[in-house]
Design a binder for this molecule. Sequence first.
Ligand code: GLV
Ligand code: GLV
Length: 305
Amino acid sequence: MARVFVTRALPGDALDRLRAAHDVDVWEGSLPPHATELRERVAPCEGLLCLLTERVDARLLETAPRLRVVANYAVGSDNVDLAACAARGIPVGVTPDVLTDATADLAFALLLAAARRLPEGWRAVREGRWRTWEPAGWLGLELAGATLAVVGPGRIGRAVARRAEGFGMVVEPVGRGDDLLGALGRADVVSLHAPLTPRTHHLIGEDALRAMRPSAILVNTGRGGLVDQVALRRALEEGRIAAAALDVTDPEPLPPGDPLLSAPNLLVVPHIGSATTAARARMTSMAVDNLLAGLAGEPLPHPAR
Ligand code: GLV
Ligand code: GLV
């Protein structure tokens, strides 16, 4: 029986499978443990099941000499120093595929909300500013015939592309090595799905935003660090793009007074891409599968790459 630290209570019943086999310590808070608390709780453990809110770095690994496996409760692994884990022979698992549709749905919800100005319309109704049916009021983007640039056409990007095709959009996948600025200049909507790496950090910065059309919409369900938020705020304030709809920011959460929050035509939701009942339960099950395999000295079924 191994000792395992799980950094939050997780939905679904898969943690019971873990408890049946191992000595499981679950962080009781709804907020993440601080780095020092994390180190203390991981120190005696052979297994760690963590969230994207936890930084797994060389410093943490040093304090946990018995650690044999890290199971990240996310498809992304940018919160984990993969090189530091590899140097210690610690395999890292992630939860791909099971959140692809949920995240693509959310990207599309953001796309539609921005294209048809739902937050503005709802605010107007609530504030008593809906006075009549206005022929030229609340005009938005018609999706049929519009061009969607899918930046990072991996699993989630391709799932967004399938939805877009159903709406009659023209999809332009933009992979590594493709002409990003050219594609941005052609797009009515830009949706980000690239992993966050040193190469993609602030991929959407001043130059990229200047390449976009004044009528274009930016959707980000990838990682906050893909976008330079200072440049984004300026672009929204100066009307150089029409709107932005973000599921992810840097940092998360955005502090209450963050200047980005005062930008016009902005919608931000609290990193809920994978937040469906089904996806989150399957993520728990997958993370537990990774952990059990790692503790048994077997290859992880869903390794980070
Ligand atoms: C969520 O953002 C994830 O990587 O699973
Ligand atoms: C990204 O992780 C993707 O699956 O597209």
